[in-house]
Design a protein around this ligand. Sequence first.
Ligand code: 13P
Ligand code: SF4
Length: 310
Amino acid sequence: MAATDLKTEILRLKQERNAVILAHSYQRPEIQDIADFVGDSLALARYAQETQCDVIVFCGVHFMAETACILNPTRTVLLPDMDAACSLEASCPAEELAAYLEANKEKNYYVVAYVNCSIGVKALADVIVTSGNAQRIIETAPTDRPILFVPDQNLGAWTAQRTGREMTMWNGACHVHQRFTRDQVLTLKEQYPDAKVVCHPECQEVIRLMADHICSTEKMIPYCRESEARQFIIVTESGILHRLRKLVPGKEFIPVAADKCSCAECEYMKLNTMEKLRNCLRDMSPEVKVPEALRLRAAVPLERMLELSR
Ligand code: 13P
Ligand code: SF4
C-alpha cells in the first residue's frame, strides 16, 4: 500500500475508533508526524491520564503503554508491537526487587523507581520519577529513610549528584545509552568545535562529564531553541533528531555514530511501524491489559509523581 493510502487509512480508523495516537520522541519520523501528540515519558503519561478518547494508541515501548493503562483504566490501550520492550525494564525484575527489599527489611528503603520499569516494580515503589522530573521528586524524598533508586544507575547517579542525596543504586542501565563512548563524542567535538554537547541522563558519567546540557528528550527542544549555539552534538537515541530538526529549524543536529552504524537506535522503539499502527487500529489488538489489584498499587507512586511535578 502506498504511504499516502496508509496514512489516510490510519486517520480514518482513528476517527472511527475515537482514538488518540501518542508517540515517544524515539519513534520513526512518519509515526511522529501522524501522531496527535509527541513527547517524553512524563508528557505522554500526563496526556494519557487526561485524554477523553476511548482508545489510546501508544507508539512507544510496553512500559509506557502500561503506564497509560494504570493512569487511565477505562480506556483501551493499544501498542502496535507487543514485543516493544525496554532493556532498563528488563534489568529489574519485580521478583528480584521484592527479594532484595525483603532481605534488607531493616533498612526501610524509600524506593524511587524510574518510570522505565514494569508494573510489578512500580507497585513496590514509593514514588516514580522520569528523566524530566527526577531531581524535583528526589528533593521531596523523606530525609529519615535511605533511598533505593531502581533500575537506572546512570539516571540515579546524576540525580544523586544534583540533589546531594545519597542513594543505593540498582545495577541497571539502558543498552542504547551504554554504547556511547568518550572517543565518539571527542571526535565529534574536534570536528565541530563550536557545537554544544547535549546528552540524556541515561548516559554514563564519562559522557555526562563532557556535556554542556543533560536533560530528558523533551527538554532538549527548548534548550537547543534558546541556546545561541548553531550546532549540537546529540547523545541519545537518534529518533529525537527528527523532532529537533522539525521544531528547531535552521540549526544543525549531529547524531553520535548514527552515520557508521545503527547503534544509536533503540530496536524496541523502532518495532512500531505505520503498517502495525494501522493493523492495531483495524483489529483493536494488541491490547495492553493489567491486573486491577496490581494497577491500584502501581497507581499510588505514579500519581504521587504527577502530583509532585505539577
Ligand atoms: P524520556 O522520558 O527523556 O523521553 O526518556 C525515555 C527513554 O526511554 C530514554 O531512553
Ligand atoms: Fe528502554 Fe533504552 Fe529503549 Fe529508552 S532507549 S526505551 S531506556 S531500551
